[in-house]
Design a protein around this ligand. Structure first.
Ligand SMILES: [Zn+2]
Length: 97
């Protein structure tokens, strides 16, 4: 399973097309909120699951998406955060469709 294309739509979603014909859509706020890096994971742990973060527009603007081998993508946000590495299965899990 590999992404064929990853596009940002209306500055709100990313749309991923997979090589098996499947499509995934993920809200940028959900992508950011589910950032798998150690820093964000620790942050979520501390806040508990009843906390809904408010992100700035820079924190929700993607400036880059890079393939990591053939199992994940790393994303760069406009506020400089770039340590999140999203495995493909994880992207599918947090997608809304
Ligand atoms: Zn993070």
């Amino acid at each position: 399973m590999l992404p064929v294309s990853i596009k940002v739509i209306d500055k709100e979603f990313i749309a991923i097309e997979w090589n098996d014909g499947d499509k995934s859509r993920i809200k940028l706020s959900s992508l950011r909120n589910n950032c798998p890096c150690a820093l964000c994971a620790a942050d979520r742990e501390n806040r508990g699951d009843k906390y809904f973060p408010i992100f700035s527009s820079d924190e929700l603007t993607l400036t880059g998406v890079n393939m990591i081998g053939n199992y994940a993508v790393s994303v760069t946000w406009k506020d400089g955060h770039n340590t999140g590495i999203y495995e493909f299965g994880y992207l599918k899990k947090i997608s809304t469709s």
